[in-house]
Design a protein around this ligand. Structure first.
Ligand code: XLS
Ligand code: CA
Ligand code: CA
Length: 435
C-alpha cells in the first residue's frame, strides 16, 4: 500500500529546477570537505511528527487525518510503519527517530504495552532489512500519560519513578533490537510548576540516580548506542531541569555522568532558553559533547516550541560551522523534530517540508565549508586573541603567573588599553557574502 502515491523518489535536479518535489541543493553523493553530503548530514525523520501528529494544538483538534489512520490503534501502528518507510525511501533519508509510544499504542498494563511494542518492533525490523534505513535514536515517552503529571524520574511518587524506569529499560531494549545508534533522554516533565510544592534537591538527586541506573542497564543488556541528553528550558513545565547545554553539562559533571552522555541539541529549545541555536551547539562542542541535533526552528514572534521545519540559511550555516568544527557527526545526525503547519493537511506537504529542510542544510553545509576554506573570518579571530600568543598572555595560559606577577607587570606597564576593534560589522558582512 502506498500512502504517498502522488510522489515518486525525490530526485536531485539542481538549483535551476522549478520542480517543487526535487532537491535543488541536497545532492547526496556530492563531496564537501572530503565526505559526501549524505555522510555529513545524516538526516532523520521524526516518527512522532511525521506519521503521528495530526495538527492538534491547545486551541483546536487535529486537522489532518492521514490515510494510514484507522479505528484500530494496532492496525494504525502497522500502517504507520509502512508510511514511515515510504517517506524515508522516497526522500532518500536513511534514519528515523522514535518514542516507544509513537510506534505502538500504550496498553492497559505495562505488560500489554510491551506486547504491543514487540509486535510493531518485529514489523519494523522486517521492513528495515534490505532498505538501508536505520534508527538514529530511540527514546521513551515518559511525559504524555497522566501518570507523569508530576514528572517521571523527578516525580514526587516513587511508583511513577519505578514505572518510568521500567519503561526506559524496555525502550532501550527495543532500540537495541532495532540496531539504534543512540538513545535520547529528554526530560519531558522533569521540572516544576511551583517551588512551593517542590523538593528540588530530592528531585535532582533522583534524576541523577535514574540516569546512573540507565547507564548501568545499558551495560547489562549490552546496548552500545550513544546516550544523549536533550536540553530544554521550559514547556511543558515552567522550569525544566535540563535547561540548556551548560546546565546539563554541569549536572552531568556534578554526578560523574559526563563520560556516559553527549548532548542532543534542538534549535527551538536553544532559542527558548534565550540562546542562538549556534550558542548551544558551541557550548556542547567546546565540552566535547556535541552528539546529535534536532533540526528545526521556532518563531521569533511566538514564545513556545513551534517545532517548524528549518528553512533559515543563516541558521543552518551557523549550525554547520559548529558541526564541522566539532569534526562532524559520528553516531548522531540531523533529526527533523518538526511538524508541518496545522493548515498543511495533505500527505504531500510532508515532502515539501522535508525537501526544503534538507536543501536548507545542504546549503548551510556548502556555505560553512566555503567560509572555512577561506581564512577571512578565522584570521580575524586569531588576530583578536594575538596578545595571548606571546609575552604575558602566553605566560598566563601556561599557568606560570601569580596575581603578584600580574601586579608587578601592570605596575611596570602603567595601564592596559584594549583599543583594537572587534570588527563585528565587517565579520557580519563577510558572512553575508558567502550566503
Ligand atoms: C519535545 C522534545 C522531544 C524530544 C524527544 O519538546 O523535542 O520531542 O526530542 O522526546
Ligand atoms: Ca527534540
Ligand atoms: Ca521541540
Amino acid at each position: 500500500m502506498a500512502y504517498f502515491q502522488s510522489v515518486s523518489k525525490v530526485p536531485f535536479e539542481g538549483k535551476d529546477s522549478d520542480n517543487p518535489l526535487a532537491f535543488k541543493h541536497y545532492n547526496r553523493d556530492e563531496v564537501v570537505e572530503g565526505k559526501s553530503m549524505k555522510e555529513h548530514l545524516r538526516f532523520a525523520v521524526a516518527y512522532w511528527h511525521s506519521v503521528c501528529g495530526g495538527g492538534a494544538d491547545p486551541f483546536g483538534a487535529a486537522t489532518r487525518i492521514m490515510p494510514w489512520e484507522t479505528d484500530d490503534p494496532m492496525q494504525t501502528a502497522r500502517n504507520k510503519v509502512e508510511a514511515c518507510f515510504e517517506l524515508c525511501e522516497k526522500l532518500g533519508v536513511e534514519y528515523f527517530c522514535f518514542h516507544d509510544r509513537d510506534i505502538a499504542p500504550e496498553g492497559e498494563t505495562f505488560a500489554e504495552s510491551c506486547k504491543n511494542l514487540d509486535e510493531i518492533v518485529a514489523a519494523i525490523k522486517d521492513r528495515m532489512s534490505g532498505t538501508g534505513i536505520k534508527v538514529l535514536w530511540g527514546t521513551a515517552n515518559a511525559f504524555s500519560n497522566p501518570r507523569y503529571m508530576h514528572g517521571a524520574a523527578t516525580s514526587c511518587n516513587a511508583d511513577v519513578f519505578a514505572f518510568a524506569g521500567a519503561q526506559v529499560a524496555k525502550a532501550m531494549e527495543v532500540t537495541k533490537e532495532l540496531g539504534g545508534e543512540g538513545y535520547v533522554f529528554w526530560g519531558g516533565r522533569e521540572g516544576y510548576k511551583s517551588l512551593l510544592n517542590t523538593d528540588m534537591k530530592r528531585e535532582l538527586d533522583h534524576l541523577a540516580a535514574f540516569l546512573q541506573m540507565a547507564v548501568d542497564y545499558k551495560k547489562t543488556i549490552g546496548f552500545d548506542g550513544q546516550f544523549y541528553i536533550e536540553p530544554k528550558p521550559k514547556e511543558p513545565t515552567k522550569h525544566q531541569y535540563d535547561f540548556d547545554a551548560a546546565t546539563v553539562i554541569g549536572f552531568l559533571k556534578a554526578h560523574g555522568l559526563d563520560g556516559d552522555f553527549q548532548l542532543n541539541i534542538e534549535a527551538n529549545h536553544a532559542t527558548l532558553a534565550g540562546h542562538d541555536f549556534a550558542h548551544d551547539l558551541r557550548v556542547a562542542r567546546i565540552n566535547g559533547m556535541l552528539g546529535s541535533v534536532d533540526a528545526n526552528r521556532g518563531d521569533l514572534l511566538l514564545g513556545w516550541d513551534t517545532d517548524q521545519f528549518p528553512t533559515d540559511i543563516y541558521q543552518t550555516t551557523a549550525a554547520m560551522l559548529e558541526i564541522l568544527e566539532a569534526g562532524g557527526f559520528t553516531t548522531g545526525g540531523l533529526n527533523f523534530d518538526a511538524h508541518v503547519a496545522r493548515e498543511s493537511v495533505e500527505p504531500v506537504d510532508l515532502f515539501h517540508a522535508h525537501i526544503g529542510a534538507m536543501d536548507a542544510f545542504a546549503r548551510g553545509l556548502k556555505i560553512a565549508a566555503a567560509i572555512r576554506a577561506d581564512d577571512k573570518i578565522a584570521d580575524t579571530l586569531k588576530q583578536r586573541y594575538a596578545s595571548w600568543d606571546s609575552g604575558i598572555g602566553a605566560d598566563i595560559e601556561a599557568g606560570k603567573t601569580s596575581l603578584g606577577d600580574l601586579k608587578d607587570y601592570v605596575m611596570d606597564k602603567g595601564n592596559a588599553e584594549p583599543n583594537a576593534s572587534g570588527r563585528v560589522e565587517m565579520l557580519e558582512n563577510i558572512f553575508n557574502e558567502y550566503i
